[in-house]
Design a protein around this ligand. Structure first.
Ligand code: ADP
Ligand code: MG
Length: 264
């Protein structure tokens, strides 16, 4: 399998009032085409910074080392301008965050918000836009998709909003979908439904994913590979099933020991 993403020596620091803070300390990893790579680790271990580093969606006080190399589809994207990154974001790589409400605009309808993303990267008539929106809503298995088009975010439940976020994220058929704790804010039943959508996306759309979660049960449902992070470093990586069933590193064993029994 070829690699869609190749990251070498990712180093991210933050400038803060009390000096520089190292967040990610020179990590290297690849994401193969078609696979789902899980990033796990305690809170603060550098998962989100790593994910955002891939598409340069970092806070203003972030500094990425010039020793860092990020290749996407074989092309080094380090030297891309902000404009070139914008083109890649949403079209080739898209991202889903934990809190769907903060990413949706409260004053626009669902149809408007999905159409907006479609229009950035393609030309469609109004009729085509509506059809595409509906098709996307069906793909994310939202109940009564037709009536959702004219609704606003506050009229939807948390799980339904997260489905809208997924619809927006996959609207332009990205090669890579990065999901940062996409199910953390949801109840267990909704979590399972969202995971099913991810599994369907892999099966029918051949999408490559980076899935961040501190929830090992969630990870094991969708991921082929895993990367365990601690204090901005990778402590263990490899085949997801193997690492989870026989972890080599003490930190991974510790993480696994924290899963409640009912989740196993
Ligand atoms: P997580 O694994 O929980 O996603 P993060 O990647 O968000 O962890 O954070 C990694 C480290 O970087 C943490 O120590 C965090 O406090 C720090 N960090 C993240 N964003 C900023 C920022 N904008 N300014 C300063 N420090 C930050
Ligand atoms: Mg995080």
């Amino acid at each position: 399998m070829t690699n869609l993403v190749e990251i070498e020596n990712l180093q991210v620091k933050f400038n803060t009032d009390s000096g520089e803070v190292n967040a990610v300390n020179g990590i290297s990893f690849n994401i193969k085409k078609g696979e789902t790579l899980a990033l796990v680790g305690e809170s603060g271990s550098g998962k989100s910074v790593t994910a955002r580093g891939i598409i340069r969606l970092l806070a203003e006080n972030a500094i990425i080392s010039d020793q860092t190399s990020i290749k996407f589809n074989g092309t080094n994207i380090n030297s891309y301008s902000e404009k070139e990154y914008q083109n890649i974001r949403g079209k080739n790589i898209s991202m889903i965050f934990q809190e769907p409400m903060s990413s949706l605009n409260p004053i626009y309808t669902i149809e408007n918000q999905i159409s907006e993303v479609l229009k950035i990267h393609g030309k469609f008539s109004d009729k085509e836009l509506k059809e595409k929106c509906l098709e996307l809503l069906k793909q994310v298995q939202i109940p009564e998709p037709e009536s959702r088009l004219s609704q606003y975010p506050h009229q939807l439940s948390g799980g339904q909003r997260q489905r809208i976020m997924i619809a927006i994220a996959i609207a332009n058929n990205p090669d890579l979908l990065i999901a940062d704790e996409p199910t953390t804010a949801l109840d267990v039943t909704t979590q399972k439904e969202i995971l099913k959508i991810f599994n369907d996306l892999k099966k029918y759309k051949d999408i490559t994913m980076a899935l961040i979660s501190h929830d090992i049960a969630v990870i094991s449902e969708v991921s082929e590979s895993i990367l365990v992070m601690n204090e901005g470093k990778i402590v263990e990586k490899g085949d997801c099933k193997k690492v989870l069933s026989s972890p080599n590193h003490e930190y991974t064993k510790h993480l696994l020991s924290c899963i409640p029994e009912w989740m196993k």
